[in-house]
Design a protein around this ligand. Structure first.
Ligand code: G4P
Length: 286
């Protein structure tokens, strides 16, 4: 699903999320592990404020594990609980409830000290389109999605999905917009398939990807396209031409570009992280 965001949509999305936040104990903020900074909403901190949160680095299976570990550490240093997950295969999902209990330990202990029965933790998933919110929600509630209906004190229309005995999820995720005003972020989002193809020229995007792989994952590029050392060092545009030719697409660089982008997105060029910790961690702290 790709949404076209206009100022009116953004204001509405912000309003809706702010409204829903009142009903939850904790937020599960989903980010794409390949873009732990670029796939975050620019206003999220302002919207969530002090609400407890766990940052879920989803699509961990597609990301470069070394970079993912660095980013997880980065979030932890900033005081956020964070987990690496793969919603598609269900990896890491079982750690979410125990982590939520840790984050909410004080609140839980407070209830228990007052002699109150333990209550299911109420949570909502938030993130930009395509980070895997629906996939994670389906994983958490397992197959038989059971709606618990309206709860007393909850505004009409809030539906809760039971995810085991200890967690209830708001049935609709909070969908927020990415930071696409920044051209570099726009390219990164497009390369992972998070935003619509027709917003960018395929050849520009393929060239951007090739240049990135030349810098960070040259081995994968060489292996995938059987490149010689000299070919690997070609200027990006020439490399695009070379790969197009090697793939038997003659001079159809549009198709060559599509092929490269498709192969990047599907992981055929290996696991990758576009947000590089070393370059971006200091910048994002400002
Ligand atoms: P959203 O609600 O946040 O918009 O995202 P959604 O769950 O629809 O997931 C977007 C795409 O990302 C889906 O692929 C989904 O299968 C995939 N996805 C979600 N989590 C993971 C993950 O941990 N690893 C990988 N590799 N993929 C993940 P799609 O192309 O839209 O559909 P399909 O390929 O499943 O048919």
């Amino acid at each position: 699903m790709t949404i076209q965001w206009f100022p009116g949509h953004m204001a509405k999305a912000k309003r809706e999320v702010t409204e829903k936040l009142k009903f939850v104990d904790i937020v599960f903020e989903l980010v794409d592990a390949r873009l732990p900074i670029s796939s975050r909403n620019p206003m999220l901190d302002q919207i969530i404020q002090q609400k407890p949160r766990i940052i879920l680095l989803n699509k961990g299976d597609l990301a470069d594990p070394k970079e993912t570990a660095r980013w997880q550490h980065y979030f932890q240093k900033q005081g956020y609980a964070s987990l690496i997950v793969n919603a598609q295969q269900g990896k890491g999902i079982k750690n979410i409830v125990p982590e939520a209990k840790k984050v909410l330990a004080e609140k839980i202990a407070h209830r228990s000290a007052r002699g109150l029965k333990p209550q299911a933790i109420r949570a909502m998933c938030i993130g930009i389109p395509n980070v895997g919110k629906s996939t994670i929600m389906n994983r958490l509630v397992k197959k038989n999605i059971a709606k618990t209906g309206n709860r007393p004190g909850v505004t009409k229309g809030q539906q809760w999905l039971k995810a085991g005995d200890e967690l209830e999820l708001l049935d609709t995720p909070g969908i927020l917009w990415p930071k696409f005003e920044d051209a570099e972020i726009g390219r990164k989002l497009a390369l992972t398939g998070a935003i619509k193809d027709n917003l960018l020229h395929m050849d520009d995007l393929a060239i951007y990807g090739l240049s990135f792989w030349q810098s960070f994952y040259p081995q994968n590029l060489t292996e995938r396209y059987a490149l010689s050392e000299q070919e690997l060092d070609l200027p990006e545009a020439e490399l695009l031409m070379k790969i197009t030719e090697k793939r038997g697409l003659r001079e159809d660089y549009e198709r060559g570009s599509e092929l490269i982008i498709q192969e990047i997105r599907s992981g055929k060029l290996g696991r990758f992280t576009l947000d590089r910790y070393q370059e971006m961690s200091v910048q994002s702290e400002k």
